[in-house]
Design a protein around this ligand. Structure first.
Ligand code: NDP
Length: 287
């Protein structure tokens, strides 16, 4: 039986610490950090992620403004909205909820967010910072994954073998680099990977970010593996939330494992709160 890496609990503890920190910042600088979230359209999943972020801001004492724009918003209109937020001295962090409607190019939008307000860590210069080991903001999900792995008692990442399944810009690739920087030997698998099972069976750590319900099966893991399930899917049979890992099958073999919900999701939001505090501190320190 595996020990559950409880993202909900870990994030609760970290948010309690952040609440104290935010109150101290508020007293010192006369206002708390302020996060602006922009939501274009009314995709139910995006709406629920935005609500989660609003709730976390409230818990930690971070001031939050959510700007809701219609599904028909043009790229130009969204750029104007971002320009206003960039210029507003009372806004510290900006997050544009992805995905965006097809008429809007994500790269253009991410690029338009002021580097110093890019709490998602998706701006090309933050991405470059991660790869060049320069000061930067880490993207929230990989940062949360690392926090989870570091919470395992008496577990050193040094020299471990990890397989990250998925190579997206927001999860797979930055997770690869952040693990590499922790002296983990990392392989990245994707849809064209041959003999995936052979690769995953060699891993001490598996990070699964595929977006396919219950993708990772018992025969793909070796006993004692640490499993981080990033996926957020609907189980086609029950319509309940489920991850990319077949939890029933894999949990008995793993040493540590995350659950969906309650694993990586809350840690992603926790990292967002940390990044918002970080950008605030940098901005007020500049003045
Ligand atoms: P993407 O769709 O961008 O990437 C999925 C990756 O999985 C791709 O690299 C793809 O390969 C790979 N893949 C697909 N099929 C296979 C296969 N059969 N074998 C091996 N690899 C495969 O997804 P994201 O990275 O954005 O998200 C992944 C999951 O994580 C989703 O369920 C998403 O909802 C969830 N998520 C959760 C977050 C959280 O906070 N918990 C945050 C962000 C995402 P290829 O590149 O070849 O197409």
């Amino acid at each position: 039986m595996a020990i559950i890496l409880n993202g909900k609990e870990i994030s609760k503890e970290r948010k309690a610490q952040m609440k104290i920190q935010v109150e101290q910042l508020r007293q010192k600088y006369g206002r708390p950090p302020h996060l602006a979230v922009v939501l274009v359209g009314d995709d139910p999943a995006s709406l629920s992620y935005v609500r989660g972020k609003e709730k976390a801001c409230l818990e930690v004492g971070i001031f939050n403004t959510t700007i809701r724009l219609s599904e028909q918003t043009s790229e130009k209109e969204l750029l104007e909205c971002i320009a206003e937020l960039n210029e507003n001295p009372l806004i510290d962090g900006i997050l544009v909820q992805l995905p965006l409607p097809e008429q809007i190019r994500e790269f253009v939008i991410i690029n338009a967010i002021s580097l110093e307000k890019d709490v998602d860590g998706f701006h090309p210069r933050n991405v470059a910072g991660l790869y060049l080991k320069q000061p930067c903001l880490y993207p929230c999900t990989p940062k949360g994954i690392l926090t989870l792995l570091k919470s395992i008692p008496d577990f050193s990442l040094d020299g471990k073998k990890a397989v990250v399944i998925g190579r997206s810009n927001i999860v797979g690739l930055p997770t690869f680099k952040m693990l590499l920087d922790q002296n983990v030997t990392v392989s990245v698998a994707h849809s064209k990977t041959e003999n995936l099972q052979e690769l995953t069976q060699s891993a001490d750590i598996l990070v699964v970010a595929v977006g396919k319900p219950k993708f990772l099966k018992a025969e793909m893991v070796r006993p004692g593996v640490v499993v981080i399930d990033v996926g957020i899917n609907r189980d086609p049979q029950t319509n309940k939330l489920c991850g990319d890992v077949d939890f029933e099958q894999v949990e008995p073999l793993a040493s540590y494992i995350t659950k969906v919900p309650g694993g990586v999701g809350p840690m992603t939001i926790c990292s967002l709160m940390e990044n918002t505090i970080e950008v605030f501190e940098k901005r007020v320190a500049k003045k």
